[in-house]
Design a protein around this ligand. Structure first.
Ligand SMILES: C[S@@+](CC[C@H](N)C(=O)[O-])C[C@H]1O[C@@H](n2cnc3c(N)ncnc32)[C@H](O)[C@@H]1O
Length: 204
């Protein structure tokens, strides 16, 4: 099937399967390949609106898991008891607030699908800054050996971002899931096994 047709198919499939957005399939494909989330995990989802990744994570963590979703936008969907929503800006939310939201923490997995409002100018730089914010939060909120998935719009900062993430996790790969639109320059940086105490070196 042509990629474009396949991508329209994801939109229809999301509707049919009750996912809030087609982006659900990006996380499902990442999970299938890389097994980032497991049953019972505490998961932080940064930039979670409208909530398709929260839905996917909720299915995987099961009854012992917990999920905290953060977004600038107010998310009102009823996800159930295991999910807590925090409305706010990832640049401003202190680690303590994120840890309180999950009952003290730490998290086993940090997801970030955060994306800047695209203007066609400086998008990849703004996207990279969002990623560095995620890396800044990691030492305070992610458990040792925890996992990370974060979206970045590929641009001049991508190699430094990848290098920085490699310094913090035992195994790091850049990956573009099939459900990611081919016109998009988005990539997902996937880190397995946070090495306790490691911090990012290149935060702008
Ligand atoms: C592509 S959407 C996420 C889609 C989501 N993963 C899903 O599957 O439903 C990107 C989100 O990032 C959020 N975002 C962008 N910058 C943010 C920031 N500084 N803090 C929190 N959320 C942010 C936007 O409001 C937007 O809802």
């Amino acid at each position: 099937m042509a990629r474009r047709t396949l991508q329209d198919a994801y939109f229809k499939k999301a509707k049919a399967q009750g996912y809030l957005a087609r982006s659900a399939y990006k996380l499902l494909q990442i999970q299938e390949l890389k097994k980032v989330i497991k049953g019972g995990d505490a998961v932080l989802d940064l930039g979670c609106a409208p909530g398709a990744w929260v839905q996917v994570a909720n299915e995987i963590v099961g009854s012992r898991g917990r999920i905290v979703g953060v977004d600038l936008k107010d998310v009102r969907h009823a996800f159930g008891d295991r999910v807590q929503m925090v409305q706010g800006d990832a640049f401003e939310l202190a680690p303590e607030i994120l840890l309180d939201a999950v009952g003290g923490g730490p998290y086993n997995v940090v997801l970030s699908d955060m994306a800047p409002n695209t203007s066609g100018h400086g998008d990849s730089e703004r996207s990279a800054r969002l990623c560095w914010r995620v890396l800044e939060l990691v030492p305070d909120i992610l458990a040792p050996r925890g996992n990370l998935v974060m979206k970045v719009l590929e641009g001049p900062d991508y190699p430094a971002l990848l290098r920085d993430t490699k310094g913090m996790f035992a195994e790091v790969k850049g990956h573009k899931p099939r459900a990611s639109r081919d016109v998009s320059c988005e990539m997902y940086i996937i880190g397995h096994g946070y090495i306790a105490g490691r911090v990012p070196q290149c935060v702008p």
